[in-house]
Design a binder for this molecule. Structure first.
Ligand SMILES: Cc1ncc(COP(=O)(O)O)c(C=O)c1O
Length: 400
């Protein structure tokens, strides 16, 4: 049955262009349909399942917490929340953590924090948020204004004010647009939805300098790049900069919905009781799982091994790009956030569907980019399998 003929499917609001497939269980890097067909998951629910599916440590943490206590709200102290706040802020070189349930919520909170901080510093006119061309920050009204996709805004206006876009990767444009009204520069270290585009060398350092020179904050949107995805716990660490605010979600709960904003002491202090909140944010279940995710990422040598295996994937993508120059224009990204920019004659939607037919799951991204977001635990053998499936699919196109 299709969406038109299946009344239950039609009861779901049609906000997504879904593939006509459902998975009923998962283990490691694999997802299984009802008839037990196995799919190699290089999509991970869009950069979420950092330890793949059914990870024993995450399951144990969730089950243990579920047996004890699910939810109390932030009217009371939550031990696992305090523990996670402490651990994340130590890693990030920051002081306070706020918890919510998704990436877009965390970005909204980050913008509130930047504006409130400036206001408390006596800079009431600093309200602008500098955003990058091609950026994606989420789908609430304010984050639609921050996102550089005019089509996503169609019919939803008026947009909140104060979001200014300058070309990603260009420091001259950024500095030219800075003024005494800017509260913060918001940046994805690697643009995920935009097409797996890593910031050029020196760009994040230049963003930090521009912010310092003009009295603005740096907000690193690490919703997609954070929690080990690039081979670093946070992608900005590779550039050696220190953001004032770091935004996390996706991988943070390894599949359990959770988001977080990490901030410098004075920013956190500008957000007194009543300034922001969330009923579910930081609830014991989410916190227990996120602490277990962090345990795994902190394991000795784990992130170094992510970098090693990600380099193997990159070699395979380089081989594909060399073998199919008529179909692959460029390979992009870093760590396990990789992309192949396809030639116009191949649409990424068709290629994603063709790979799915061969039981490989990937995700389309902007600029006709085929994006690979495998679990951080993907094995060398599974990388080889993914390569062979892509090789077959491109060779089929080349001979068609
Ligand atoms: C960089 C970035 N920020 C924010 C978001 C929004 O996150 P969520 O879908 O959890 O609201 C996304 C989602 O893809 C993202 O990639």
């Amino acid at each position: 049955m299709t969406q038109e003929t299946d009344p239950k499917q039609a009861a779901v609001m049609p906000t997504y262009g879904r593939a006509d497939i459902a998975f009923v269980r998962g283990k490691g890097s694999w997802l299984y349909t009802q008839d037990d067909t196995a799919y190699l998951d290089c999509a991970t629910g869009i950069a979420v399942n950092v330890f793949g599916h059914g990870d024993e440590r995450l399951l144990a943490a969730l089950h243990a917490q579920a047996d004890k206590l699910w939810h109390t709200s932030n009217l009371y102290r939550i031990g696992e929340q305090e523990k996670l706040a402490w651990r994340l802020t130590r890693h990030a070189g920051l002081d306070h953590a706020f918890f919510c349930n998704s990436g877009v919520e965390a970005n909204e909170a980050a913008v509130k924090m930047a504006r409130r901080f400036q206001y408390r510093q006596g800079f009431e006119k600093r309200f602008k948020i500098m955003c990058a061309g091609n950026a994606f920050h989420g789908r609430t009204l304010a984050m639609l204004a921050a996102t550089d996709k005019p089509l996503f805004r169609e019919g939803f206006g008026p947009m909140p004010e104060g979001f200014v876009h300058v070309p990603f990767g260009n420091l001259n444009h950024l500095r030219d647009a800075m003024d005494e009204e800017v509260a913060a520069i918001m940046v994805e270290p690697v643009q995920g939805e935009g097409g797996a585009i890593a910031a050029p060398d020196g760009y994040l350092e230049g963003v930090r300098k521009a912010a310092d020179d003009f009295g603005a904050l740096v907000i690193a949107d690490e919703v997609q790049t954070g929690m080990g995805r690039t081979g670093y716990l946070f992608a900005y660490q590779k550039a050696g900069i220190q953001p004032d605010i770091v935004v996390l979600a996706k991988g943070l709960g390894g599949g359990f919905p959770v988001g977080s904003v990490l901030a410098r002491k004075q920013i956190g202090e500008a957000m007194g009781p009543g300034s922001h909140g969330s009923t579910f944010g930081g609830n014991p279940l989410a916190m227990a799982v996120a602490n277990a995710v962090l345990d795994g990422l902190e394991e000795e040598g784990f992130l170094a091994d992510v970098q090693r295996r990600a380099a193997i994937l990159d070699e395979k993508l380089a081989k594909l790009a060399a073998d199919y120059p008529g179909h692959i224009l460029e390979r992009r990204g870093t760590g396990f956030l990789r992309g192949l920019k396809l030639a116009d004659k191949v649409t990424v939607g068709d290629m994603t569907a063709a790979l799915r037919q061969k039981q490989l799951l990937v995700v389309p991204a902007g600029e006709n980019v085929l994006r690979l977001l495998p679990p951080l635990t993907i094995t060398e053998d599974e990388i080889e399998q993914a390569y062979h499936i892509m090789d077959e699919a491109f060779s089929h196109l080349a001979t068609a």
